[in-house]
Design a protein around this ligand. Structure first.
Ligand code: ARG
Length: 457
């Protein structure tokens, strides 16, 4: 493509280090779409003849058919998807193919193609999140009143409802989804027509190509447009935060599926066995979701480090933008699907969860709150009295609500028999009806709201 200026061709090393076709062939659909939009605009502006534009467009459509059927050929000499398409076009239609590259450069071409690809990746992530949210909300609805221990420091803290716990992940994924939506809104400008870096002398219509490719407007500075990879970083940072949430969910599923917890049984379809220990059922999907988060965060870091020292405008370093994005997108799509499947099909052992909540003195705060409310004792003193009750119950191997009233009264005579109503785990969660709290009624309200947001009612 640039033979005119060179006395010698590239070495084998140059060809290999330079080639992006092994990975950027994933952009072939976007590349053909942006070329078709470009040539239609060139014709509308009288920059190429209607007849040549028709020939070029026909060739591009034919190439798309070939790639769809046979895949994209990988010739390192052609470097990337842009030159691969153009070279095939000239094989198919001859010299007129050379008119397609009027008023553009691979710099604005790759920026446009990649944006189109990332935009779709955002849409896929959003759809994957919605599928997970549907599963979370359905299971939360089913378990709005199922009791489990809530933890801080992974120590039993206060009883909560399983529905409330699942809806915590709904909230996390709601923010994740909005980050992809925001990213899409920010990348809604089309770089095509920025040409190599400075714009072009041809009378192009950038609004026309922007509209044809589904962008709201053309980008406003040609230097920025060919240098900018914020859209890819926005995707990767949104993906990182989403993956981080999925990893926390996966971690909990792994813990809950362990024998000492025994809170859930993961579906067979998303577990594996052991080749040596016949009893094993391993939560591999969840472990890989947790593992993938590390790789996705690595992808985000990789591209940030690639970009951070680059002067304007295009430098070849930027060719390294695509592998981390492609890798992260593949991992995220899978992680979302695996989480949706695990949540939808897990079996919750609610008896075991309730027993764990009852075992850990999880209603100690309720006793302290009761002393404040019913005996007008300052909270700090109530905390102290309750601590003594927990100590006694622990030494007798009893739950708080199994301690005889005389024993409680020996600790503090202001306690009376009404206290037992506050000490059950059900009373404890029902009492926490503050907005956003764990009470079953509050959970049901949040579930109904989420179902409306998801368009389920
Ligand atoms: N293969 C290149 C990339 O992916 C396309 C842009 C090349 N531009 C250039 N001036 N060499 O970034």
């Amino acid at each position: 493509m640039w033979g005119g200026r060179f006395a010698e061709g590239p070495s084998a090393i140059m060809r290999e280090i330079n080639a992006s076709i092994p990975f950027d062939k994933a952009l072939w659909r976007q590349d053909i779409a942006s070329s078709r939009a470009h040539v239609a605009m060139l014709a509308a502006q009288g920059i190429v003849s209607a007849e040549d534009a028709k020939t070029i467009d026909g060739g591009l459509v034919r190439i798309a058919g070939e790639y769809e059927r046979d895949g994209v050929p990988e010739d390192w000499d052609l470097e990337d998807i842009h030159m691969t398409v153009e070279s095939r076009l000239s094989e198919l239609i001859g010299a007129v193919a050379g008119r397609l590259h009027t008023a553009r450069s691979r710099n604005d071409q790759v920026a446009t193609d990649f944006r189109l690809w990332v935009r779709e990746a955002c849409e896929r992530a959003e759809a994957g999140i919605v599928a997970l949210q549907n599963a979370l909300v359905a299971r939360a609805n089913e378990h709005s009143a199922s009791i489990m221990p809530g933890f801080t420091h992974l120590q039993t803290a206060q009883p909560v409802t399983l529905g409330h716990h699942l809806m915590a992940y709904y909230e996390m994924t709601r923010r994740d989804r909005s980050r992809f939506t925001d990213a899409r809104a920010r990348m809604d400008e089309c770089p095509l027509g920025s040409a190599a870096l400075a714009g072009t002398g041809f009378p192009i219509d950038r609004q026309m190509t922007a509209t044809a490719l589904g962008f709201a407007a053309p980008t406003r500075n040609s230097l920025d447009a060919v240098s900018d990879r914020d859209f890819a970083l926005d995707y990767l940072t949104a993906a990182s935060q989403c993956a981080l949430h999925l990893s926390r969910l996966a971690e909990e599923l792994i813990l809950w599926a362990s024998q000492p917890f025994g809170f859930i049984r993961l579906p067979d379809t998303l577990s594996t066995g052991s080749s040596i220990m016949p009893q094993k059922k391993n939560p591999d999907a969840a472990e890989l979701v947790r593992g993938h988060a590390g790789r996705i965060i690595g992808c985000a870091t990789a591209l940030m480090v690639t970009m951070k020292g680059l002067p304007l405008a295009y430098s070849k370093d930027m060719q390294d933008d695509k592998p981390p994005v492609f890798e992260a997108a593949g991992l995220l799509d899978l992680a979302l699907a695996a989480c949706a499947g695990m949540i939808a099909d897990a079996t919750f052992n609610t008896d075991r969860m309730r027993a764990a909540a009852e075992a850990g003195f999880a209603t100690a705060t309720d006793l302290a709150d009761w002393l404040v409310r019913e005996a007008d004792i300052p909270f700090r003193e109530a905390h102290h009295i309750t601590g003594a009750a927990v100590k006694l119950a622990e030494s007798r191997k009893l739950a708080l609500d199994q301690l005889p009233l005389e024993d409680l009264q020996a600790i503090d005579p202001r306690i009376d028999e009404r206290v037992y109503r506050a000490l059950s785990v059900d009373a404890s969660v029902a009492a926490r009806a503050s907005y956003g709290g764990t009470a079953p009624d509050a959970v049901c309200e949040r579930v109904a709201e989420a179902r409306r947001d998801l368009g389920l009612e």
